[in-house]
Write a protein that binds this ligand. Structure first.
Ligand code: HEM
Length: 332
């Protein structure tokens, strides 16, 4: 027998050997066999139909189909293709396939397989394994990077943003408006000099000092709320430049400074000043507005030194007629 008929012959022999009398207990309510048995019957019928179709033109009716000379030329290619395909598969499958008697579906010499575009003879079998390889590469080599690197690195900008922040050691209530939004606005009587806005330096944290324990901005805020007399005076006074100059903070004298027309006793604030006592003392006994605005125009000194206010700065001429009164209680 030609090789092309071997498989069909074996299939038929196997089916006839394994055919059993249908067991009615395995049939469902519609009287059909179970799916596996039904499939076997269909396969057998299909195989038989294919064989009959091929040999319908045979001159002599034969129970055992035989291949025509044309089939002999074409048929070997089919099993060759199938065998190569199996050779390229895993070795574990070989033993398993040896134990699998039923033919593959559709049958090797069936009309479906012959008309299918896949088993083209011009297509070499090794192309299949080559096409199967690429999907495994991205899963092993490309998957890990996107999980770790880009997203996480971009999600940690804290260090850079913190360095960009305006340095502060105190709570926000101590701050005035930002420099780019204009000078601090308090009330109409305390307008900034026209030249102050143009001479503002870029703020930085280099001049900050390490405050001693108990002298944080929060401690200062608590001291202000304590009700303690921080101004050193019982009532607001009119302060002349001569009076201000005398309170320079030296030799046990208090340190007074004027800021935009208001005079403050900065003595209790000296150890709380983030820029250090020395910097604050530079404005003692005189007007500190210019120095203040050069360093930190955003600081709201009116809130911070409210309880340290002594009075208002007046000229010597203004004060002379009212020297006898000496008190500015009516200013409130
Ligand atoms: C009594 C008025 C003053 C008050 C209430 C005051 C308050 C402050 C505050 C709250 C800070 C911290 C600023 C921040 O964290 O952004 C500071 C820093 C500083 N202050 Fe004053 N200050 C006063 C006057 C002065 C004067 C007159 C000078 C200079 C002569 C000065 C020099 C500095 C310096 C160098 C720093 C550190 C640098 C900086 O924070 O930019 N301060 N001051």
């Amino acid at each position: 027998r030609p090789p092309s008929t071997w498989l069909a012959f074996i299939t038929r022999a196997w089916h006839s050997a394994t055919r059993t009398i249908p067991d009615k207990s395995q049939k469902d309510e519609k009287g059909r066999n179970d799916p596996a048995e039904q499939l076997q019957v269909e396969l057998q019928a299909q195989t038989k139909r294919d064989i009959d179709d091929k040999h319908s033109s045979s001159p002599s009716p034969q129970t055992t189909p035989k291949a025509s000379p044309q089939d002999t030329q074409n048929a070997p290619a089919v099993p060759t293709f199938t065998l190569n395909e199996h050779e390229n598969s895993d070795d574990d499958d070989e033993e398993e396939e040896d134990n699998l008697p039923p033919p593959s579906f559709p049958a090797l010499n069936s009309a479906q397989r012959a008309s299918a575009p896949t088993p083209s003879f011009s297509m070499p079998p090794p192309t299949k394994p080559n096409l199967m390889a690429p999907p495994s590469r991205p899963t092993t080599s490309l998957m890990p990077p996107p999980r770790v690197a880009p997203s996480n690195l971009r999600a940690l900008p804290n260090s850079s943003t913190q360095s960009m922040r305006v340095p502060t050691t105190g709570p926000l209530p101590n701050r005035g408006p930002l420099p780019n939004r204009g000078p601090p606005v308090s009330n109409g009587s305390l307008a900034l000099p026209p030249s102050a806005g143009s001479t503002v330096k870029t703020p930085n944290a280099r001049g900050k000092v390490l405050l001693s324990p108990g002298h944080s901005p929060l401690d200062w805020a608590n001291l202000q709320r304590s009700g303690e007399n921080l101004s050193g005076v019982d009532s607001l006074v009119r302060v002349t430049p001569a009076m201000l100059k005398e309170k320079n903070g030296r030799k046990g004298k208090p340190a007074w400074s004027s800021y935009q027309g208001k005079v403050y006793n900065v003595t209790p604030y000296l150890p709380f000043h983030p820029g250090g006592e020395g910097e604050l003392r530079r404005a003692a006994g005189k007007d500190g507005t210019k120095l203040f605005m050069e360093v930190h125009p955003w600081v709201n000194w009116e809130n911070m030194l409210g309880d340290c206010m002594v009075g208002i700065l007046v000229s010597e001429e203004q004060e002379a007629p009212k020297a006898a009164e000496g008190s500015l209680d009516d200013m409130d």
